[in-house]
Design a protein around this ligand. Structure first.
Ligand code: GLU
Length: 515
């Protein structure tokens, strides 16, 4: 090992008034916390005309999952939380994957070893486990007992529990005190850390060393991360001190919690996975709004009333660290559902129809390349359902009847069971009166008596409610079942208009034939 301390590299001037980063570990489906953390990072970076970086912390080779990184790109991109520097877009601090930066960490480790601030440790995992067990049984404080400290390899090899490849540990002084000023929590003091491993036996740095070196070399000015890292921050601050560097500012965000206050984990809660929100038909802008509200107060209107619906630009403009609520927010999906409905209703019609498309294609309601007439019909149906759904996934059941052949329409069990005694009579009278309506067109030249929702409604009310004396509820139920196959559907007369006269009559007679 070297005896003179190697010089640390000079860091060039980097772009951005402030520089923030999110640093997910690619260990599986991206966690919703990654989006939540990114949102607060980006909001501040944009407000300050700074930069936002995406760094992949892949030093834990045992938990590494190859497809995880592209899922991080996809889900953060879907949310519009885009990064200025990262593994895919490059930047002045490339590479942005820690596994590609192994040489970067070496001089830092050598320097600590040369200065006696770190030492090699050859203890086997088995010995460390035994040590911990004894400490726990005898109620001693847990932590490394420094068996290797001050020993040469030969001296240590003579003792039990020796492993060939050493790790490197920080030598944390006994009397060390580390306090730091957190942008959200104010002054934080944390207990004295253990002699933390900074370089693993496989030659990879641990998170603690890599995060400090990379945040320094990438010019990070504000470290915004989850509160689970508070107890690690003293180790990081010591490393900055030992390297003669000024630490960044820290902000530890409150952890997202389940209703029972436990930490949201992917094992227990499907909503911990970011891809779940895509699958469930949430809009990215609703999720962004929801994540902001979890730890940040709503906006206020001119009269001082809370405004819970706001977009990213608005959030970023009024963002202030002092207003972040440090108490772990409950992940209340009912609130997200409400927001999602609000955002769905706020979309313009073309946009709304476009967002339904991938779901309808995946559910085989529409082909992968819909025709122009299919798209026109989708737009017409979309208008009927926009106020009726809270998740995009709900569209499939409502839209499908408009795209199946008349003889392929399935009648749901409950709809058939609810037809009522007079269904046959209703279907016959409806078919007769609808048959008299002109079937020409939806164009500007259509006549007063053409096939439109208004003429259909007038004709059916006249024939069924006035003519047969059946209450509207019972009169229209069988018709709804005939045209949609379900008890719940988009508005009946508008649906008939979109289906057209021929299809409507085909469906009425198809159901009639089964009675
Ligand atoms: N890789 C860490 C994580 O996934 C990053 C923590 C940090 O932001 O410092 O949580």
């Amino acid at each position: 090992m070297t005896t003179s301390a190697p010089a640390l590299p000079e860091i060039p001037d980097l772009p951005g008034a402030v520089r923030l980063r999110v640093a997910p570990s690619p260990t599986g489906d991206p966690h919703v916390g990654t989006a939540y953390m990114s949102l607060f990072n980006v909001a501040f970076a944009r407000q300050q005309t700074g930069r936002f970086l995406l760094r992949i912390e892949d030093t834990d080779r045992a938990r590494f999952r190859a497809d995880s990184e592209s899922q991080v790109f996809d889900t953060l991109g879907w949310l519009g939380l885009t990064w200025d520097e990262g593994p895919d877009v490059g930047g002045p601090c490339a590479p942005y994957r820690q596994s590609e930066r192994l040489d970067t960490y070496r001089p830092y480790v050598e320097r600590l070893l040369a200065e006696g601030k770190a030492y090699q440790c050859w203890c086997s995992t088995q010995r460390l486990a035994q040590m911990r067990e004894i400490q726990q049984k005898t109620k001693q404080p847990t932590g490394y007992d420094r068996l290797c400290y001050g020993k040469t390899r030969e001296e240590r090899a003579a003792l039990p529990g020796f492993s060939e490849t050493p790790v490197v540990r920080m030598l944390i002084p006994d009397d060390v005190e580390v306090e730091f000023d957190d942008l959200i929590r104010g002054q934080v003091s944390a207990p004295r850390p253990d002699d933390q491993v900074i370089l693993k036996a496989d030659g990879f740095p641990t998170y603690h060393l890599a995060v400090v070196v990379d945040d320094h070399e990438m010019g990070i000015t504000h470290v915004v991360r989850g509160e689970e890292w508070i107890s690690s921050t003293p180790k990081h601050i010591l490393l900055y001190r030992w390297f003669g560097l000024t630490p960044p500012r820290f902000a530890h965000m409150p952890l997202l919690r389940n209703e029972d206050k436990s930490k949201i984990s992917k094992r227990k809660n499907p909503a911990a996975r970011l891809t779940w929100f895509q699958e469930q038909g949430y809009l990215p802008e609703a999720l962004v709004n929801f994540l902001a509200l979890l730890a940040y107060p709503p906006a206020q209107d001119a009269d001082g009333n809370d405004v819970e619906v706001f977009d990213f630009a608005d959030f970023s403009a009024r963002f202030d660290w002092r207003k972040v609520n440090p108490v772990g927010p409950i992940f209340d999906l009912k609130k997200l559902d409400w927001l999602n409905g609000v955002y769905i209703r706020g979309l313009d019609l073309g946009d709304f129809a476009g967002r339904l498309l991938p779901f309808l294609i995946a559910d085989e309601v529409l082909p992968a390349q819909p025709s122009l007439s299919e798209l026109a019909r989708l737009r017409a149906v979309a208008e009927l359902i926009q106020t009726r759904i809270t998740h995009l996934t709900e569209a499939t059941a409502l839209v499908r009847p408009f795209f199946v052949a008349d003889d392929a329409l399935e009648i749901a069990e409950d709809a058939r069971a609810g037809l009522g005694e007079r269904a046959g009579e209703v279907l016959d009278a409806a078919a007769a009166v609808l048959g008299d309506i002109d079937d020409h067109g939806h164009g500007p030249l259509r006549s007063e008596t053409a096939w439109t929702a208004a003429t259909i409604e007038a004709a059916l009310r006249g024939a069924l409610v006035d003519g047969l004396g059946i209450k509207a509820r019972f009169a229209f139920g069988p018709l709804r079942t005939a045209v949609s196959g379900a008890r719940v559907s988009p508005p009946l007369f508008e649906s008939m208009e979109i289906l057209g006269k021929t299809a409507t009559l085909n469906r009425l007679s198809a159901l009639r034939a089964t009675l």
